[in-house]
Design a protein around this ligand. Structure first.
Ligand code: C5P
Length: 429
């Protein structure tokens, strides 16, 4: 990442680049987004390929560029639905008259228009076109319709056009688009479905008919009514596993500590604060076929939490007496009755990664430990990618650095494969 403000740290932008002369500005837009810590996946329409090259976009974004709807490699690596949903915001820049018309009418005959129809995130459009096209009643109607559907717009600005005319239709400058993106991301960008729909398919997936219970995020342990102890955890990996399990057809219960990311679609998400609340919530959600403990549970809590805020300076520096929190993973893994068929823990370590992970596997008696190095400079904490090692009694399987969503997808496939031999085949009741 380049130096600068980090207003977009941890945010994923899906940038759809339409076929207009303003597409050259999208190169600068990508730079500006990355400068601020954002990550960018770009999709080019066939017409955009006449104005910018996938190579220049890939070099600037650091991610491969997607162009075609029916690409087998893409579908195997990341389907177009997943691509449209992994982002925090979908940005269309330049939004041509054609793309706007397609989106307004729900057409989906290429990757870009399909993503706009399939996404569950807000869409921000930065229109760019000739002024007569922009002022045409058909475009005005389409823009009105998209606004009514919830899309946001930035620009277009007045100015000289590439075609020699003067008027509205110039794409906003990259920094204005960045400001509109930052503003859009201040709010929850997930577009909710009507109640009762949206549960991912439950037949045919590798975990169809199975119940998966997952913990995610940190726990907060109060010191007094305003202060707390916590672990660093964005919840991204645990939430991604919940989403992937739901997409694999499982019934998913996610028990999460306080995080700033949205609840995953199609997942029964329950919110808790402390380790003891998390344990109670996990117990209440059992039985389950698979338990995944991805939460960064605080190891200790303050023994006696006062009812009032501890005042500075009255009696010197306060000293805290800590006591150990319950180990939720060990508790579930060692249940005498109703132990899930597969129990998966995480080991976030800053040193002796595999030794610590093996020790944890034995001590807690789980079936699989997902070990990751979270030492300084790895960027795992709060970041979008992860390098993991799967530790079981059979040995260690190391994976290359992957998107947290891709780690989640592969983990779910692994769990589905491991579940068969470990479980008696009975479903959680
Ligand atoms: O012992 P350590 O905290 O390093 O172990 C990490 C694993 O144990 C993670 O899977 C975490 O979710 C789980 N854990 C837990 N309850 C605790 C501490 C850790 O479930 N109190």
């Amino acid at each position: 990442m380049l130096q600068g403000k980090t207003t977009l740290q941890g945010k994923q932008i899906l940038l759809v680049i339409g076929g207009g002369i303003a597409a050259y500005k999208s190169l600068d837009l990508i730079r500006r987004l990355r400068e601020r810590g954002g990550s960018v996946r770009a999709v080019l329409t066939p017409a955009a390929l006449h104005f910018v090259t996938p190579l220049s976009i890939a070099s600037l974004s650091g991610n491969r560029v997607h162009e075609e709807l029916f690409s087998l490699i893409d579908e195997a690596e990341m389907g177009h639905i997943e691509l449209s949903r992994a982002a925090d915001l979908v940005v269309v820049a330049p939004a041509t008259a054609d793309l706007i018309a397609k989106a307004a009418n729900g057409l989906a005959n290429d990757l870009a228009s399909t993503l706009l129809l399939a996404t569950d995130k807000k869409i921000l459009m930065a229109p760019a076109m000739n002024l007569r096209m922009w002022l045409h009643p058909a475009t005005a109607r389409n823009v009105q319709r998209l606004k009514a559907d919830g899309a946001a717009f930035v620009g277009p600005a007045d100015g000289d056009m590439a075609c020699g005319e003067y008027g509205p239709g110039r794409m906003s400058e990259p920094l204005e688009i960045v400001a509109a993106i930052e503003a859009a991301l201040m709010q929850d960008t997930t577009v909710p479905l009507p109640p009762g729909v949206g549960r991912p398919r439950t037949v045919g997936g590798s975990l169809a008919g199975r119940k998966v219970l997952i913990t995610s995020g940190p726990t907060l342990e109060p010191i007094d009514p305003v202060r707390y102890i916590a672990n660093r955890s964005s919840g991204r990996q645990g939430h991604a596993i919940a989403r992937a399990a739901a997409l694999a057809g499982a019934e998913v219960v996610l028990v999460t500590g306080p995080v700033s990311i949205p609840d995953p679609a199609g997942v029964d998400t329950r919110h808790v604060e402390t380790a003891r609340e998390m344990l109670a919530c996990v117990d209440a959600a059992l039985p389950a076929d698979i338990f995944v403990s991805a939460a960064a549970v605080a190891d200790w809590r303050v023994d006696e939490v006062g009812g009032n805020k501890i005042k500075k300076g009255l009696a010197g520096t306060p000293s805290l007496s800590l006591i150990e929190n319950p180990d939720i993973l060990a508790h579930v893994a060692q249940l005498a009755q109703g132990r899930p068929g597969l129990v998966v823990g995480f080991a976030a370590e800053t040193e002796k990664l595999l030794d610590n992970a093996r020790a944890k596997l034995a001590r807690k008696r789980c079936d699989l430990i997902v070990a990751n190095d979270v030492g300084e400079g790895t960027g795992v904490m709060g970041g979008l990618s992860n390098t993991v090692h799967l530790v079981t009694l059979d040995g260690v399987e190391s994976w290359p650095p992957l998107d947290k969503d891709e780690v989640a997808r592969r983990l779910i496939e692994k769990m589905a494969a491991l579940f068969g031999p470990l479980a008696s085949g009975d479903q959680a009741q």
